[in-house]
Design a protein around this ligand. Structure first.
Ligand code: FES
Length: 159
């Protein structure tokens, strides 16, 4: 169930300004880690913009995700420089450790694994970015420890 109160707060911050729709979508995505359909409906309603217009903006910009994502976003660079330095092995190890494939979210909603093609930090390759934190020159032996940094402090899998 999407907390629409949170969406309303974000819309209010922009004082219902129609030209702020992109910024509102960005803030909603930051709050939920994706753009829930209910949230897009609410934005359309409050700003008096057709839902189709809100949805087409959301689908046009690749930075937005329309499907639920995990609390932690693990992005593996698969660009050429990272690829030749072992990114496929690192990705395979992450997939094995989290029991998901690239593009998927773990069943506990903790991690989403994604791939990108070069983020312009090739000297750091192979590179994995978790929640915006760069983990450079990573190898398969580092993967478990890196992921543990982001696992919940309690329960199975905690340090
Ligand atoms: S190829 Fe990975 S950062 Fe450029």
């Amino acid at each position: 169930m999407v907390e629409l109160g949170k969406v309303d707060q974000i819309i209010e911050k922009y004082a219902g300004d129609k030209t702020s729709v992109l910024a509102i979508l960005q803030d909603v995505q930051a709050a939920f880690n994706y753009l829930p359909r209910e949230a897009m409906n609410r934005i359309g309603e409050k700003l008096e913009i057709p839902m189709t217009q809100v949805a087409s903006l959301a689908t046009f910009f690749h930075a937005f995700s329309l499907t639920p994502r995990g609390k932690n976003i693990v992005t593996v660079c698969m660009g050429t420089a990272c690829h030749v330095r072992g990114a496929p092995r690192v990705l395979a190890e992450i997939e094995r450790e989290l029991a998901v494939k690239g593009g998927e979210t773990t069943s506990d909603g903790e991690f989403t694994v994604e791939t990108v093609n070069c983020v312009g930090a090739c000297a750091l390759g192979p590179l994995v970015i978790v929640n915006g934190n760069y983990h450079g020159n990573i190898n398969t032996a580092d993967v478990v420890e890196m992921l543990h940094e982001y696992k919940p402090a309690t329960g199975e899998g905690a340090k």
